[in-house]
Design a protein around this ligand. Sequence first.
Ligand code: ADP
Ligand code: LRH
Length: 468
Amino acid sequence: MRVFGAVDIGASGGRVVAGLIDGDRVELDVVHRFRNGATERDGHLRWNLTGLYEQVLTGLRALARAYPQVESIGIDTWAVDYGLLDTDGRLLAEPVSYRDGRTTEAVERVHRRVPHDVLYGINGLQFLPFNTVYQLEAEKHGPLWERAAHVVLLPDLIAYQLTGQLRTEATNASTTGLLDLRTGTWSTHLLDRLDITPTLLPPVQQPGEVRGALRPSIVRDTGLPATTTVTTVGSHDTASAVVALPAASHRFAYVSSGTWSLVGVELSAPVLTEAARQANFTNEGGVDGRTRFLRNVGGLWLLQECLRTWGARLDPLLAEAETLPAGGPVVDVDDVAFIPPGDMPDRITAAVTAMGQDPPRTRAATVRCVLDSLATAYARTATQAGELAEVDVDVIHIVGGGSRNDLLCQLTADLSGRQVTAGPVEATALGNVLIQARAHGAVPSSLEEIRARLASTQPIRRFTPSPA
Ligand code: ADP
Ligand code: LRH
């Protein structure tokens, strides 16, 4: 048996996982879990990266105790956010979250210098107010910019702390808005137009390449073997999740369903048409140079924030929501009003009322409204992705935490009229492990072979559209 470690940190929680490769089978053993979330600090909504790094070390110690033969570690997190390092490699501040409102004016400033259609032609990205390109424009007017020597995406920051090596992983780089889709490197044109010194951005590295050996201090602290390397994986969590789809053919769409829902198809080349731009579809970089043609639609964040406001647990509310009739109100889960943290049930009530409909009167009805709304968006976006990219979609693969939500999966099957598969829940960690394993010769080389194996070895649940 060969063992690869995955550090997978989502916006709502992280885990350190052992990926066990034994012949055709891959199994995950989660050795450490921890919570995540952004909190207000020094006037901004920030991640506690220092705390997350401590959790990573705790997880790596547990990994070394349970699996002393671990060969390599891969790191992925959510996209777009970054930290600033000074010339000595010190973190200047805890990273600001993409949910912070600092980019409102920055968006206009960027578009004045580079109109959105020109930006789209270079970076192929869906407009989201938190794309790194807008965050950096806001940062340039902040107090730290003068002292910043490196702008480092979050998985690369953790890799730097573990290895001392500074690079930017390619799939995550593609979410910044500063990468030129055609060359796969930083766009000198955009950096120039936006006054960003090119040396601030570490060079781009592809998944599958070795980032570096662990620092001796990390080897001593964690008990990991000195031979353990950090291997670059699809460090954008969604890129790793797409690696681990249980796909048996090419005719699939996917939903990576967690804090966000990423809905789309996989292509061999970007679609940069005006129709794709108008529909706000993104061409993010996938592993092996694939294109993740998708749309970031609102996600389970809406539920997470309802539960936080109520101080309630999900399971009983889900069971009750399942008994409620179909045909209730549906909100636009992409509404920017849902992006910041706060009283989500009130915002949902306001959105339904604004449409002239009866707002949900109970907690379970609010949960049902969120799930009806998400499933509607999943079905519509999967269909639209297929149309824009000319892919015949006959199955939708739902992976991530949302794949545990039976009601959401069944509603997606009903509303799309397509077969839906659910799982793996930990697709991101699996994709992370598999790209390391492939780099070290432990699994086959094509994504298609990897996925076919997953389809036949992972526990996948199936949902068929109800006749009604
Ligand atoms: P992220 O990586 O963005 O932090 P995850 O993929 O871990 O997100 O998904 C978290 C979400 O998964 C939760 O917000 C919750 O809605 C959903 N989830 C987790 N466990 C369950 C469960 N047992 N039943 C239904 N939904 C679940
Ligand atoms: C999902 C995700 C998504 C991004 C968002 C910021 O975790 O990485 O792909 O759009 O977070």
